[in-house]
Design a protein around this ligand. Structure first.
Ligand code: FES
Length: 580
């Protein structure tokens, strides 16, 4: 497509900055010319913001500056005018107390940048866990045409002939060290083997899950999620996405056209089929809130219940993202869902057509990586939502990463009042705990920590690891890394910090977990529970100022997506007031 201004159906918003000959136009246009842009790029063609989460401190996105050049090439080819814009980059592996505390800040910054700047369309360059939902949330709240380009996963890690999955191997090896099965020297050698190339975690962790969610939602071109970061086809995908966003601006194909209820249903089912991260729950709820689509925890349970996990990737399975790509990637999974009647085939994607058109001809090249339904890793692969007097607002568990023998379990609670209490006592061999106990961790929810860190998969007591125990039931209001595994009940709502029942569990209480019946029950009388709740006092000191105060005062619970109450909804693309 070659750009011809007369063919465009309307004047674009960027022309409010760059069109005409007024003093203000010259101010906007003239200053931008200091970078050597010729006059004709301001002739009414679409200005595309490449919103880039590149950062040397977000190593998973460390190659996105280079990849942006291919996006630019595509935009130029299609007749657009690309301008790269750095945006807030919340790195999973460095941000403290947790990157999740900054997802909403990043989303808010992206929304404001998109609205305040002369951008007609946006390419969202993301990768590391929080960068994907934060940019989609921000874009959704402006409803400016947007397309997602992820950075792609790292190549497989290999250590002594075995695949080393990002995060998953780290959790396993650190348990092996505590159990005396691995030396510190070997651990250091393995470190080098884990991250062989640029890119995001190579497991089906949160980054790969969210890349898959973006594709299943229709916000990325088909096939985007699995292409390795260093594969030449990742660069082609970037260039094609650059071309496509110009066409999307022409057609005014907006996030709200793509992210419909049907699209969210597709994404939720896809999460079950890929054995995706529990983090997708809070991120999709938050995204849906931005476009005003009614998605609830019950949708997660209802839609995921019959979806088999067919993607054999760590942490639920055996392989890594590189093999998923070679097997055919997400289009194969979506095709399978479509054949099983579990895909809304008409859902629109950024391609401008229905999702089924994108995936119906996909071919599975490796049936051990993408399994047939009768060889699924789990027959009910979706996220299960448990409720009961311990979690009236709901709690989630990923059955495909849990132990079958613990799906129905009654055990004595061993309570850690907060993460510091856990750290102080877990290594003590005098701790009264055995493998039938249920570990309970409090005050790790959105307000509690703050930020809802990924500590829900708390490591087992070393004395039990040495006995060969590899899993126990764990319950908390925290999240869990998408690369982690175990019988871990997360996102318990309401959280302890707002006086949820989790706050009043005591060591010695009996707890019943029944995943098939979706039940999470604290076995004390109603009167006893009421008395404890009435006497409860929060351990959390509200922050006095700064972003931490904003976060504490406005963050909502895990059951609705951990967004800020005042950021929900779409505020559109219009600038509220213009000083020029
Ligand atoms: Fe960034 Fe896993 S830590 S993708």
């Amino acid at each position: 497509m070659t750009f011809k201004p007369a063919e465009w159906p309307r004047k674009l918003r960027s022309q409010e900055w760059y069109g005409g000959t007024s003093r203000d136009t010259i101010y906007h246009r003239g200053w931008l010319k200091n970078q050597g842009h010729p006059h004709d790029v301001f002739d009414g063609r679409p200005v595309i913001g490449i919103l880039n989460t590149w950062s040397e401190l977000t190593p998973c996105n460390g190659h996105l500056r280079e990849l942006a050049e291919k996006v630019k090439a595509g935009i130029w080819e299609a007749g657009g005018f690309p301008l790269e814009v750095p945006v807030f980059s919340a790195s999973e592996n460095t941000f403290r107390p947790t990157a999740m505390m900054y997802r909403n800040l990043a989303a808010m910054a992206v929304e404001e940048v998109m609205r305040a700047q002369p951008i007609d369309g946006a390419v969202l360059m993301v990768g590391c866990d929080k960068t994907t939902p934060s940019l989609i949330m921000g874009a959704a709240s402006t409803d400016i045409p947007s397309i997602v380009v992820t950075g792609g996963p790292m190549l497989n890690g290999w250590f002594r002939g075995e695949r080393v999955g990002s995060g998953t191997a780290l959790w396993q090896m650190s348990e092996d060290i505590k159990a005396g099965k691995m030396t510190q020297e070997d651990f250091l050698e393995a470190e080098q083997a884990m991250s062989r190339s640029t890119g995001t975690c190579n497991t089906m962790g949160t980054a790969s899950t969210m890349a898959s969610m973006a594709e299943a939602l229709g916000m990325a071109l088909s096939g985007n999620a699995a292409i390795p970061a260093v594969d030449a086809r990742r660069r082609v995908m970037a260039q094609m996405s650059g071309r496509r966003i110009v066409e999307m601006v022409r057609d005014d194909l907006k996030p709200s056209d793509v992210m419909t209820k049907a699209a969210f249903e597709n994404a939720i089912r896809t999460n079950g089929a890929i054995g995706g991260s529990t983090n997708a729950v809070v991120h999709l709820l938050a995204m849906a809130g931005r476009v005003g689509v009614d998605v609830t925890l019950d949708d997660w349970d209802r839609l995921g219940r019959d979806v088999p996990t067919i993607v054999n990737l760590m942490p639920s399975g055996q392989y890594l993202m590189e093999e998923f790509f070679y097997a055919g990637g997400l289009p194969v999974v979506l095709k399978r869902l479509g054949e099983a009647g579990m895909l809304n085939k008409d859902a629109l994607t950024v391609s401008g057509g229905p999702i089924w058109d994108e995936v119906k001809d996909a071919v599975n090249w490796n049936e051990d990586v993408i399994r047939p339904a009768d060889k699924a890793l789990a027959t009910s692969g979706g996220i299960a939502v448990l409720r009961g007097n311990l979690a009236p607002g709901g709690a989630v568990i990923k059955p495909s990463a849990a132990s079958e023998h613990l799906m129905v379990h009654r055990g004595r609670a061993v309570v850690f009042e907060d993460i510091d209490d856990y750290k102080a006592r877990i290594g003590d061999d005098a701790l009264e705990i055995d493998e039938t106990c249920i570990m309970v961790l409090k005050y790790c929810g959105p307000k509690g920590y703050p930020g809802m860190p990924e500590v829900g998969n708390m490591g087992l007591p070393p004395k039990l690891l040495r006995k060969g125990i590899t899993d126990m039931v764990r319950i908390s209001d925290a999240r869990m890394s998408g690369t982690a595994y175990g019988t871990v009940i997360l996102h318990t709502a309401p959280e302890a910090a707002v006086g949820g029942p989790l706050a009043v569990v005591r060591t010695g209480d009996m707890i019943e977990v029944n995943v098939p019946d979706r039940r999470l029950h604290l076995d004390i009388s109603e009167e006893e529970l009421e008395q404890r709740l009435a006497a409860w006092q929060s351990r959390v000191e509200p922050p006095a100022s700064g972003y931490a105060k904003l976060f504490h005062d406005h963050v909502e619970g895990a059951d609705t997506g951990v967004d800020f109450d005042f950021l929900k909804g779409c505020r559109g693309r219009e600038v509220p007031r213009d000083s020029h």
